[in-house]
Ligand binder design. Structure first.
Ligand code: ADP
Ligand code: MG
Length: 282
């Protein structure tokens, strides 16, 4: 388990906090979706968690051990896929994975097996300088899985990928969870977060505005509506009535010429807007 406790970060030391009082935990065998618009502080937190930024205030614990005291051997246990990847452009995809695999002192996954899974088998022997942005992203993702990490950090793993590839990546993320990894998924895609996360945190302006399971957030903030398509004066019209407004609902249904009726749940996107008052755009 990873625990983040009351973390604050001030880049310039002028009392302007990029993130304030951030606390949450990521259980092993679960996916934690970290959601927020650009500038919310997602990368700051990820960088503090992975030791790239020193902790100024608060604590990050891996199985109750502070990130401050972790030895280099710890890097055998984590996998990180950043948006801005540092791949070797003059090496092929396969060579990149072989090179990184050799840096670990734990058994690693066969590079070719991973390339296959992310749809890069055919391009394994092409230099990365000839890879598209999406291909580089998939290679970075594959690289993060090489050491079967116990703690996996993924920053926007499916942004800009075609739907078929994105589904493949989703499956791979779910496999990491099933294997017992604690997955920290940073994204601004509500759909991805909703589909994969056991818990989501909404980050906005450097603070956590809400943190719970997607189901609980929907229960708390999401109103369920009944959408009704009905006929009036020979024309089809549409309306929606809150599901728990029984009076209005039954009154409407008694008199209307109903064509279609279905209930709909609020999406995480709508809930984010309700909680923070802001759209979740990139
Ligand atoms: P996100 O990843 O959610 O887009 P960041 O963590 O990158 O957000 O940034 C959070 C805030 O911290 C932003 O206001 C950003 O301008 C500021 N920030 C990020 N990096 C630095 C830095 N190196 N120096 C000063 N301010 C920074
Ligand atoms: Mg970022």
């Amino acid at each position: 388990m990873i625990q983040v406790k009351q973390v604050f970060h001030d880049y310039e030391g002028k009392g302007k906090f990029a993130v304030s009082d951030i606390s949450f935990s990521v259980e092993s065998g679960s996916i934690f979706g970290f959601l927020g618009p650009s500038g919310a502080g997602k990368s700051t937190i990820q960088n503090i968690m992975t030791g790239l930024l020193p902790i100024q205030q608060g604590e990050v614990l891996y199985e109750n051990q502070s990130v401050r005291g972790l030895k280099t051997a710890f890097f055998n246990r984590i996998g990180v896929s950043f948006e801005q990847s540092n791949l070797y452009a003059s090496l092929t995809g396969l060579e990149n994975l072989r090179y990184y695999a050799a840096l670990f002192s734990v058994p690693t996954v066969q590079p070719m097996e991973l390339l296959e899974r992310v749809g890069l088998r055919e391009d394994a022997n092409k230099r990365v300088s000839h890879y598209s942005k999406g291909m580089r992203q998939r290679l970075t993702f594959a690289r993060a899985l090489l050491n079967r990490p116990s703690y996996l950090f993924l920053d926007e793993p499916t942004s800009g990928l075609d739907p078929k590839t994105a589904v493949g990546i989703r499956d791979l993320i779910l496999e990491q969870k099933a294997r017992g990894a604690a997955v920290f998924l940073t994204t601004h895609s509500m759909e991805l977060a909703d589909a994969l996360s056991d818990t989501v945190a909404f980050l906005y302006g450097g603070v956590i505005a809400a943190c719970d399971t997607p189901e609980a957030l929907k229960r708390e903030y999401g109103r369920r509506d009944v959408r009704i398509v009905y006929r009036e004066n020979g024309e089809e019209r549409e309306t929606s009535i809150p599901m728990d407004d029984h009076e209005r609902l039954s009154a409407f249904l008694k008199t209307a010429d109903v064509v279609k009726l279905h209930s709909q749940e609020a999406t995480l996107e709508e809930i984010f807007l309700r909680v923070t008052g802001k759209e979740l755009t990139a």
